[in-house]
Design a protein. Structure first.
Length: 290
């Protein structure tokens, strides 16, 4: 496998797994081969640590970026770096929203999820899916930093919440079989910033990083990775920033195809990958030759 890369970062929902929520065997094999060849592998997700480490284990990843970048951990879930969490103003804003009964509101701590509103069936199912304990609480009862806010509700209600957010907070939206959701991260938190922290920890340069994703919360990785790959049916904003797109969905092994093409130069895989714009390394080379 090519020595060009030192770190591969893979989003989970929509990239590593699709609607079936199963990791394709080809994708798992490709990521495990990366690790055997000395390339560090990390999974990056909005999910809590407890869920992220399960997927890290399935693909042999050594690192986890959880809670949309608020925590960087090893494969056992032991923190390497953790954000300080939301400031009091943001927490007060979230608590005020609990009086508006059109959205479910929860906050993720490092190991537990706090329900600021009544635990609805959708909230309970999401907690099971994310392998995290959920307990009713108000903001004053939360111990430790609150690292991610999550809102469940109608698309209209979530749009209202998003438009009312303080400008310092980063938000990303999505939907799954449980309905629409909005995730909010603390100030200066993103998957991309976490990738940069992990790269510094490992001594890896930006040009040596490949990031693969599909969603709005993966856009920030484009700023901190030399090569960024969007899978089939990715968010249009990610396509506007990624260097490549693979015409394969997660369920059919998009990550495995991307790695085969861009790390191994496999001719068949290369036919499934479209170059969208120059990589960071290519832009640097062009600048040096001008």
């Amino acid at each position: 496998m090519s020595g060009r890369f030192g770190l591969v970062v893979v989003d989970v929902d929509g990239t590593l797994i699709g609607d079936r929520e199963v990791v394709c065997s080809d994708t798992a094999a490709a990521l495990m081969q990366c690790s055997r060849d000395g390339v560090a592998v990390a999974v990056a997700t909005g999910r809590p640590i407890s869920s992220a480490v399960r997927y890290a284990e399935l693909v042999g990843a050594a690192y986890v970026i959880a809670l949309n970048g608020a925590a960087v951990c090893d494969a056992r879930g032991e923190p390497i770096w953790v954000h300080d969490g939301f400031d009091p103003t943001a927490l007060e804003f979230f608590e005020d929203l609990t009086a508006w009964h059109e959205v479910d509101v929860s906050l993720d701590g490092l190991r537990v999820r706090y329900a600021l509103t009544d635990v609805s069936p959708s909230m309970a199912l999401m907690a099971v899916r994310h392998a995290v304990s959920i307990i009713p609480a108000n903001v004053a009862a939360i111990t430790g930093p609150a690292l991610k806010a999550q809102f469940l509700g109608s698309a209209r209600a979530l749009t209202v919440v998003r438009n009312a957010l303080p400008p310092s907070l980063a938000a990303s939206s999505g939907s799954d079989q449980y309905g629409a959701f909005l995730e909010v991260a603390p100030s200066a938190t993103s998957k991309g910033a976490a990738v940069a922290r992990l790269a510094e920890h490992l001594g890896v340069e930006r040009e040596q990083i490949m990031a693969i994703g599909d969603g709005e919360n993966d856009i920030s990785m484009c700023e901190h990775a030399g090569v960024t790959v969007a899978v089939q049916d990715s968010h249009t904003s990610l396509l506007a920033r990624a260097t490549h797109q693979v015409d394969v969905c997660a369920d059919d092994g998009a990550v495995g195809v991307a790695l085969a093409a861009l790390l191994l130069g496999d001719e068949n895989a290369l036919t499934r990958v479209q170059t969208l714009r120059p990589t960071a390394e290519e832009r640097h080379t062009r600048k040096d030759t001008q």
